[in-house]
Design a protein around this ligand. Structure first.
Ligand SMILES: Nc1ncnc2c1ncn2[C@@H]1O[C@H](COP(=O)(O)OP(=O)(O)OP(=O)(O)O)[C@@H](O)[C@H]1O
Ligand SMILES: [Mg+2]
Length: 250
């Protein structure tokens, strides 16, 4: 990012990032010269029409996919020079992921699912028990700690997935359509939880969504069109976001 001394205030920085999927005649330029910086402790929503590159943005920004060109920095670390092993470690120790399908292990209880990333990291991470209790409290799951996913509602399972994403105190949480599979009321509770984490513990959150109501919980909204950032909105109402989206798609 321009300069060096100030880069610590940015949780995530992308500079001139491009990514093409496929090759030859089937090649699709999913991200086209994207430059943006996401502040620590901010809640960013990424919106855009289907196929505009939202998931690719999330995957490149979180080191799940390597861009073809450009640089990605997380917490001041440039990802381009990192080996696959270092990238995996960085993702495990510094990033949290929440996807639409929850990805919980059915045989494990709530508490076991939440603490799984710590156990998988072996000696590199230690379970912070007071933080686990606080997360169970935040997510309203304290009385569900011994339930298995099959014994819980979709909203409860998504909250388990969020607590699991947070257990290692990540620098950034990346969420792809975290409310996509939930009904309106349950989705709202999940969004309010993410908002609280930003406000109360300074969590940095990056969330892909197609829902203007979900995006209205964010501090800023990146609008992607054809793999490019067409516009950046500050905190906005769902109506204002929907109106901008309609104009951009027209
Ligand atoms: N593995 C892949 N191989 C080929 N093309 C791909 C691949 N992944 C994505 N694409 C293409 O890249 C473009 C961007 O895809 P991406 O998944 O980032 O979009 P999106 O905005 O997340 O869409 P949606 O809202 O439907 O989830 C699309 O045209 C998509 O078809
Ligand atoms: Mg997607």
């Amino acid at each position: 990012m321009p300069g060096t001394g100030g880069s610590r205030q940015w949780a995530v920085g992308l500079r001139e990032v491009s990514k093409t999927h496929g090759s030859g005649r089937g090649a699709v330029r999913a991200l086209d010269d994207v430059t943006t910086q996401l502040r620590q402790g901010s809640f960013t929503a990424v919106m855009g029409p289907s196929g505009s590159g939202k998931s690719t943005f999330l995957h490149c920004a979180s080191g799940l996919q390597r861009p073809d060109s450009g640089t990605v920095e997380i917490g001041g670390h440039d990802l381009s020079g990192m080996s696959e092993t270092s990238l995996t470690e960085l993702r495990r120790e510094k990033l949290g992921f929440v996807f639409q399908g929850f990805n919980l292990l059915p045989a494990l209880t709530t508490e076991q699912n939440i603490t799984l990333p710590v156990h998988l990291a072996g000696r590199r991470l230690r379970l912070d028990k007071p933080w686990l209790e606080r997360l169970l409290d935040y997510t309203g799951l304290a009385d569900r700690r011994r339930h298995r996913p099959g014994e819980m509602s979709g909203g409860q399972q998504q909250r388990v997935a969020i607590a699991r994403a947070l257990i290692a105190r990540p620098e950034v949480v990346f969420a792809d359509e975290p409310t996509g599979a939930l009904d309106t009321a349950t989705g709202r509770a999940v969004l309010q939880l993410l908002r609280r984490l930003v406000d109360e513990v300074g969590q940095t959150v990056v969330m892909v969504t197609h829902d203007p109501v979900a995006a209205s919980h964010a501090d800023s909204v990146l609008l992607l069109v054809d793999g490019r950032i067409a516009e950046v909105l500050g905190a906005s109402s769902a109506e204002a976001i929907a109106e901008r989206m309609t104009r951009l798609e027209a």
